[in-house]
Design a protein around this ligand. Structure first.
Ligand code: NAD
Length: 484
């Protein structure tokens, strides 16, 4: 029986992208994947045509239509230039989950560890990785770390659903809530609440630094990891590296509107055009895609041919023990094609039914209680270069009103001026030009905040940003100051 082909948008990407995509498509065709391709342009070439987000308008249309994208890596300039096309795509199509299986190919691909078989489920739209940044003074920049209950619940629920559908036993949450008590605290809290709904799956949590150290040291002990966007980005590279599979692993980005499949590695400009890149990462991404669209038999056929090829010692230069015998990208693809129908004798094989459809969670947060929200103050940030803490504090204090009074002035989170003790020298003078001035009060409204801002302006002070301070059911929703 021949299923009707599934439409998929295909982007050949930058660097080694076109080389590994061509081979991947050849393998898909030889294996009998029922796919119809719509080729689109993303990345460097599009940007060079003056389209600033690197995404051709026809590409948007295609992806909206197919809701499925197989994508080769795209080059993103460092420290400036256009924004990451990858991040734009993930956000625009609400791809809240990035899923990266990481495994070792024991005895066949060199790795520092054995028996690794974990899956990293990374939140894909929030955290520092959202890249929301500002520079409001000459000396200081800051980035916004955004964690929402809705986004967290979505990813955590997906991780538990994934574990359940794939016979996984444990989900580990990585967070840093000893320091970021509010943002990471929320992530952890939601993990515990949602995790309790899955009594069949064990769960634990680790502070992210020791968690990553353990991933590097004993990766075989992890099963499913769920974590925030930036931590997930780092831990998935560590895991792939120690497992020896950076060039071999595929990943998927999933959302309600669209699913995107890609290799874990980047566009490798250093080897682009040489015909030596390993196409396994993209082939594995295509395998994930085939499972996702219900073509599990073809997925398993390709996955097992790939494993047989690796067991058979047919390797590209990046993993070949004997570099002289290394296959080119093209030769490796031909070897996989020749091995279709064969399977591994020692490595864990792909199964037709594995990668079962995971129940996609709803984007509506259910762990949210109705919380009474109250405004209790405002942090006003002032740009004051070379200011002396006590002089500046005394001036800022004059902006206090009957309802909103200066409580503390700080720099980089360290208390610098206390109006109750206005002559006490701080431990150290501030080295930057950004000062946080905390005004607090009771029964206040936005008009009180506006009055403080007007007073600061009249004093000739340059306020550059504000953060309102709220409580939720009486629990404070803002951080304290060190030494305050
Ligand atoms: P990279 O993964 O491209 O390369 C790191 C090293 O691994 C290089 O030495 C490279 O030659 C090697 N390598 C990578 N893939 C390989 C393969 N398939 N076969 C053999 N060797 C391979 O990482 P990078 O150098 O940090 O990034 C290059 C560019 O890729 C950057 O512009 C970055 O932003 C982009 N990038 C894109 C994606 C994506 O599109 N999803 C992901 C990561 C990086």
């Amino acid at each position: 029986m021949c299923a009707s082909p599934v439409k998929v948008s295909v982007a050949k990407g930058d660097g080694i992208g076109p080389e590994i995509m061509d081979v991947t498509l050849k393998v898909l065709q030889a294996a009998g994947a029922q796919l119809e391709y719509d080729f689109i342009e993303l990345g460097e070439q599009v940007f060079k045509r003056g389209i600033m987000n690197g995404i051709d308008p026809k590409a948007w249309e295609s992806i909206r239509n197919t809701r499925l994208l197989l994508k080769a890596p795209i080059t993103t300039p460092q420290g400036g230039g256009y924004k990451s096309v990858n991040v734009t795509m993930r956000k625009a199509f609400g791809q809240f989950a990035n899923v990266r299986p990481v495994r070792t190919f024991d005895g066949f691909v060199p790795s520092k560890h054995k028996g690794v078989d974990m899956v990293i489920v990374r939140e894909n739209e929030e955290s520092l990785y959202a890249g929301i940044e500002y520079r409001q003074t000459r000396d200081t920049c800051h980035g916004v770390k955004l964690i929402s209950r809705t986004g967290t619940e979505l990813i955590v629920r997906y991780a538990f659903e994934y574990a359940r559908a794939n016979g996984r036993k444990k989900v580990t949450c990585l967070i840093k809530d000893n320091i970021m008590k509010i943002t990471d605290g929320l992530f952890h809290q939601v993990f515990d609440l949602v995790g309790a709904e899955y009594p069949d799956i064990a769960r634990d949590s680790m502070i992210v630094d020791i968690g990553m150290a353990r991933v590097a040291d004993t990766p075989e002990k992890f099963d499913v990891i769920v974590t925030e966007n930036l931590y997930g980005d780092i831990v998935s590279d560590i895991a792939s590296q120690v497992a020896g599979s950076v060039g071999l692993a595929g990943s998927m980005n999933l959302g309600e509107a669209c699913a995107m499949f890609e290799a874990v590695h980047g566009s490798a400009p250093d080897i682009a055009g040489k015909g030596i890149a390993n196409p396994s990462g993209l082939i594995n991404a295509a395998v994930l895609m085939l499972y996702h669209i219900g073509q599990g038999a073809v997925a398993a056929k390709i996955g097992n041919a790939l494993l047989y090829t690796l067991e058979n010692g047919q390797h590209t230069g990046d993993i070949a023990a004997d570099k002289a015998k290394a296959l080119s990208t093209q030769q490796f693809g031909d070897a996989v094609i020749a091995n279709l129908g064969k399977g591994p004798s020692q490595l864990k094989p792909f199964e037709v039914g594995s990668g079962k459809a995971v129940k996609m969670p709803s984007s509506k947060a259910t762990t949210q209680s109705k919380r009474a929200k109250g405004l209790v103050g405002v942090d006003v940030f002032i740009d004051a270069e070379h200011a002396k803490a006590l002089e500046l504090g005394a001036k800022v204090n004059q902006a206090s009103t009957a309802n909103l009074k200066l409580d503390l002035m700080s720099s980089r989170g360290l208390a610098m001026f206390d109006p109750k003790n206005p002559t006490k020298q701080p431990e150290t003078e501030a080295v930057t030009d950004l000062w946080a001035c905390r005004f607090v009060g009771q029964n206040i409204g936005n008009n009180d905040v506006r009055q403080v801002l007007a007073n600061l302006e009249n004093l000739g002070l340059d306020w550059v940003k504000t953060e309102n301070l709220y409580t939720f059911d009486g629990v404070i929703g803002f951080s304290g100051r060190h030494g305050g």
